[in-house]
Design a protein around this ligand. Structure first.
Ligand code: IPD
Length: 267
């Protein structure tokens, strides 16, 4: 049926793989900045646009009645099936620009449900790092995998033993506030990483290459697939407050023992 998570994952994987191959090939040929977005540090390359067009084409061909929300195209396709695809053709655009091998293609299929971040409840998701060949996948209730091996979050027991990932927005105002949070957190944890891709940070929590991750100001295409992959690997996903929804305002993913202590420092 239209909501079969395995079928949605097959489409997510097919589309993400095509986008990953194209982005990887275009990176080898040299990067061209197409435009600046929210600020001069926030750019879109020809590869972002080409990969998004390719991914959307594959999804539309397979699932003509679904909606698509893509980073570069806005709400470009509106269907009536109840499924919305959250597409980030290149998450970690600055890494892509500098040829740092930590950018990813992220594709998720979600329904509207208040249990999900910002009301996006992902049913299937795929994140691919073209530089390493890592393919992260998850379906709701079906577990999370890296190249078909099951993933489980680290059982970190205290913040002082936790490696915490985070990320920063593109405006000076956001960064001033985010820098203050980092200054508070740094003395309390093993260390902090700013890897440059929210999707890979969330997959890192799932795989145990990070103990936790938090960020403010993400968009649904950044976290759509990653948040499902982290949750299916056993991560707790929290918002800013106890009953507040995770999402653009604030999102935290961590092992259960450190989730609350981390939230109390960074919010
Ligand atoms: C960005 C990355 C980065 C995060 C930013 C995002 P983009 O996505 O995920 O790690 O800190 O908030 O905007 O712009 O490279 O797709």
């Amino acid at each position: 049926g239209p909501f079969s998570p395995d079928e949605l994952l097959r489409v997510a994987h097919t589309a993400a793989r095509a986008g990953a191959e194209l982005a990887h090939r275009m990176r080898r040929e040299g990067v061209h900045i197409a435009a600046a977005k929210s600020s001069i540090v926030d750019v879109v390359t020809d590869a972002d646009r080409a990969a998004e067009t390719l991914i959307i084409g594959i999804i539309v061909a397979e699932r003509p009645r679904d909606s698509i929300l893509g980073e570069e195209g806005g709400e470009s396709v509106t269907g009536d099936s109840g499924i919305t695809w959250l597409v980030d053709p290149i998450d970690g655009t600055v890494n892509y620009l500098y040829n740092i091998p930590a950018y990813a293609v992220s594709v998720a299929a979600a329904v509207r449900d208040p249990r999900g971040p910002d009301g996006w409840y992902p049913l299937a998701g795929c994140v691919i790092n073209p530089s390493t060949g890592e393919v992260f996948t998850a379906t709701r209730g079906g577990g999370a995998f890296r190249n078909d091996h099951p993933l489980r979050v680290n059982p970190a027991e205290s913040l002082d033993r936790a490696l915490v990932g985070t990320g920063f927005g593109y405006t000076a105002e956001k960064r001033r506030a985010q820098g203050e949070v980092v200054a508070r957190l740094l003395p309390a944890v093993r260390d902090i990483r700013r890897l440059g891709s929210a999707a890979l940070d969330l997959c890192g929590v799932a795989a145990g290459t990070l103990d936790a991750y938090y960020e403010s100001g993400l968009n649904p295409w950044d976290y759509g697939a990653g948040v499902l992959i982290a949750a299916e690997a056993g991560a707790v996903v929290l918002g800013r407050t106890g009953d507040g929804q995770p999402g653009t305002d604030f999102l935290l993913a961590a092992g259960s023992a450190i989730a609350e202590p981390l939230r109390s420092i960074v919010t």
